[in-house]
Ligand binder design. Structure first.
Ligand code: ZN
Length: 143
């Protein structure tokens, strides 16, 4: 995953202050390029990560204020207690989101910000040639 330096700094600064709640947010890019947009979950929203039935309407609602050239690129969330592994629920959620993406989106990014380590770990969901969805680690490059 490539991420714009300003967005990376904004995200990590905000996440590192999240001792009290598990913030999440939506990531955007332009033409499958580096992540160049982040929308933090609003304080009064229902926690993104307890949504068990992800659907296209939900993603559309979150991204509706975006300029048309922004493309949905994935989601991030925070884990505490230095837990740098995705849960079964995380993986199921990411697979479902990926499964309703249009064919031109072949990869989505689901980075995980881990506290108190203060480190961003990269994960991606990718559609393979046989149509299945794979979730794997990925490196993060700040550009
Ligand atoms: Zn999680």
């Amino acid at each position: 995953m490539q991420i714009n330096k300003t967005i990376y700094e904004l995200m990590t600064a905000r996440c590192s202050l999240c001792a009290d709640r598990e913030l999440g947010g939506v990531l955007g890019c332009v033409r499958s390029g580096a992540i160049c947009f982040v929308k933090f979950e609003s304080p009064d929203s229902k926690d993104l990560w307890y949504t068990h039935v992800p659907n296209a309407d939900y993603i559309n609602k979150v991204t509706e204020g975006w300029p048309s050239y922004f493309q949905f690129a994935g989601l991030f969330h925070i884990h505490k207690s230095n837990n740098n592994r995705l849960s079964v629920a995380d993986r199921t959620y990411f697979e479902k989101i990926m499964s309703f993406m249009p064919p031109e989106i072949t990869v989505l990014h689901f980075p995980l910000y881990v506290l108190p380590e203060d480190r961003l770990y990269g994960f991606k969901a990718e559609r393979t040639e046989d149509g299945s969805i794979e979730i794997t680690n990925e490196s993060i490059t700040v550009v």
